[in-house]
Design a protein around this ligand. Structure first.
Ligand SMILES: Cc1cc2nc3c(=O)[nH]c(=O)nc-3n(C[C@H](O)[C@H](O)[C@H](O)COP(=O)(O)OP(=O)(O)OC[C@H]3O[C@@H](n4cnc5c(N)ncnc54)[C@H](O)[C@@H]3O)c2cc1C
Length: 262
């Protein structure tokens, strides 16, 4: 497992255990996984005395591997598989490093459904050069680099659309308030969890999913999203309930005693 810096916090993981719960339920960290990670961190960094109360958030996912009959799923290869069946294209397996191959393969399998399909499909360059941002007095050079790295040629627009007080970091994170406005305006946000967990990651970086900041987030994003008050309240309730179920800590009473003998 790893303990590495990410977005101003430390990310600890992963575990690799069989997923026995129903596949249509979104996964969450189990008490056993939580205890295992806490025990390992305590073993490796005992002087830090890290306790469950220090944990800001958790997340879990299910890795789809192609079953080739290995007894231990962790030993399965990382090859991907793609198939088209009654109009449904399924993509499974694969690795981060093979995402372009997977995408090309998916396109090839879907060619019968794609008008204007061209058989000489070639990947384009991923990293087009981005013109450097003009120096902005409200931003540090690190913040400018962060914006260029994340938003590429859209970084200048993100800054131009921000209110002056939004070019500051949300306390406890490296994310600027302006990134929320941009995501709400330009990044196809359908629900509040798209905005806080995926377009930005502040729901994983702040206690209680950033509940303490929801009023300001609302002031910035509600007009951009065009949601009325009823919709905003419903989204907020759903988000906070989702966060508790899938990104909070397992209930204390379910945690096995993880403290190693000293
Ligand atoms: C739990 C887990 C652990 C993994 N661990 C590793 C690992 O350690 N190492 C490794 O190499 N690989 C790992 N993988 C595999 C790796 O994440 C995938 O192979 C890789 O992300 C595939 O890239 P992709 O671009 O094809 O798909 P994705 O990364 O899934 O990207 C697809 C994107 O499309 C978006 N999208 C979907 N529908 C729509 C829509 N209608 N409109 C707009 N956007 C849409 C999604 O939000 C998503 O951002 C893991 C996967 C999982 C689930």
């Amino acid at each position: 497992m790893f303990a590495y810096p990410w977005e101003g916090v430390t990310l600890v993981g992963t575990t690799d255990v069989d997923h026995r719960a129903a596949m249509h339920n979104e996964p969450a960290i189990t008490p056993e996984e939580f205890s295992y990670l806490m025990m390992a961190i305590d073993f490796q960094f005992p002087s830090l005395a890290i306790r469950p109360a220090d944990v800001l958030a958790t997340y879990a996912g299910v890795r789809p591997v192609v079953d080739t009959g290995k007894a231990d799923p962790s030993r399965e290869g990382r090859d991907h598989a793609v198939w088209l069946e009654d109009g449904l294209l399924t993509v499974t397996g694969g690795k981060l490093t093979t995402f372009r191959l997977i995408a090309l393969d998916a396109m090839k399998h879907a060619q019968s459904l794609l008008p204007g399909w061209q058989p000489d499909l070639q990947p384009r360059r991923i990293f087009a050069e981005t013109p450097p941002l003009p120096r902005h007095p409200a931003l540090t050079s690190l913040q400018q680099r962060r914006l260029t790295g994340r938003y590429g040629r859209h970084a200048a627009q993100l800054i131009a659309h921000a209110n002056p007080d939004e070019l500051t970091a949300i306390p406890g994170t490296e994310t600027l308030w302006a990134e929320l406005r941009w995501a709400a305006r330009a990044e196809a946000v359908l629900h509040l969890d798209d905005l806080l967990l995926r377009r930005t990651r502040i729901g994983l970086l702040l206690r209680e999913g950033g509940a303490a900041h929801l009023e300001r987030i609302r002031a910035i994003c509600q007009p951009e999203l065009g949601w009325n008050d009823v919709r905003w309240h419903a989204e907020q309730q759903d988000y906070l309930a989702h966060w508790q179920r899938h990104h909070g800590l397992p209930p204390q009473h379910l945690l096995p005693d993880w403290r190693p003998p000293r």
